[in-house]
Design a protein around this ligand. Structure first.
Ligand SMILES: [Zn+2]
Ligand SMILES: [Zn+2]
Length: 291
């Protein structure tokens, strides 16, 4: 399979587009999928080399591109630069990037061609959703090309996607390690205990001014906790991390309020309005920061 194949060409175009938009992880995945189908496609190896994070793999990808297509100047250049070698003279001139060229414009249909049905139209009636075999459809996942019915299709900025590909993308998106799930909540709990202590000491008097301070302090504290803990875990994301962090915040605050709740009885629970406002604002800020 090579660039003569319109599907391969479309996949390469898609991968290049995602790479151009700076989504390296998604582009890496797309190039890999493409290479599964077209392992001899120098352009795909070159593309993979441009987006992949691992230096050794990057070198391998460029090497592969050059070995498949020795006159592929951008790949030759990239490999030479990576090795710290001088770029061969013929490849020095920055040639335009190897564009995926559109097929030659189709000649205008002549008389005898009018009845011809485009392959896609023909196919439309044969496709059925891969999750609902009894639902005919003409939609396909932009990523894996599987046919999907309209209720399975999920609209994304680049086209309709099947649920499987969305889930895969999310796995890339959520990259927190097990350790991150320990480190971030630990930091969150310590900071929440400090903030909660201050709130319990200073915020219980109530009154308009205190409520105003609580709103202000809540937003600040939520963002600060998010910022510190996120930095500590290399800004990685976890699917459940925002929820856990808010749990820590609630825990770190409630602990100081327990004696008050237990001693004061229900009659004077109005003192909890301030901590309530604080938790609401700080929790919201923290949650959205961790997302
Ligand atoms: Zn379906
Ligand atoms: Zn898909």
């Amino acid at each position: 399979m090579d660039l003569q194949d319109p599907r391969i060409r479309a996949m390469l175009r898609q991968a290049n587009k995602v790479a151009d938009s700076g989504k390296r992880a998604a582009a890496t995945q797309l190039y890999r999928q493409l290479l599964d189908e077209a392992p001899d496609l120098a352009e795909a190896w070159f593309g993979l080399g441009q987006v992949i994070n691992d230096a050794a793999e990057q070198k391998e990808a460029y090497k592969k591109a050059v070995s498949l297509k020795p006159d592929f100047a951008p790949a030759v250049r990239a490999l030479a630069e990576l090795r710290g070698e001088s770029v061969p003279e013929w490849a020095v001139e920055p040639e335009p990037e190897a564009e995926v060229t559109e097929p030659e414009p189709e000649p205008m249909p002549t008389e005898h061609e009018h009845t011809a049905v485009a392959p896609e139209d023909e196919e439309a009636f044969e496709l059925a959703c891969y999750r609902h075999p009894n639902r005919p459809t003409s939609l396909r996942c932009y990523n894996c090309d599987k046919p999907i019915c309209s209720s399975c299709a999920i609209k994304t900025p680049v086209g309709y996607s099947c649920p499987d590909c969305i889930r895969e993308k999310e796995e890339i998106f959520f990259n927190a390690t097990t350790l991150d799930y320990v480190v971030a909540p630990a930091i969150g709990l310590v900071l929440s205990l400090i903030a909660g202590y201050l709130v319990a000491r200073l915020g219980l008097r109530g009154g308009f001014f205190t409520y105003f301070i609580m709103i202000f302090a809540g937003g600040l504290v939520g963002r600060l906790i998010g910022r510190f803990s996120k930095q500590a875990i290399g800004r990685r994301r976890g699917r459940y991390l925002p929820h856990i962090m808010v749990g820590m915040l609630v825990l770190g605050t409630i602990i100081w309020l327990l004696p008050i709740i237990l001693l004061a009885g229900f009659s004077s629970l109005f003192v909890l309005i301030s901590p309530g406002i604080f938790l609401f604002v700080a929790g919201g800020a923290l949650f959205s920061y961790m997302k």
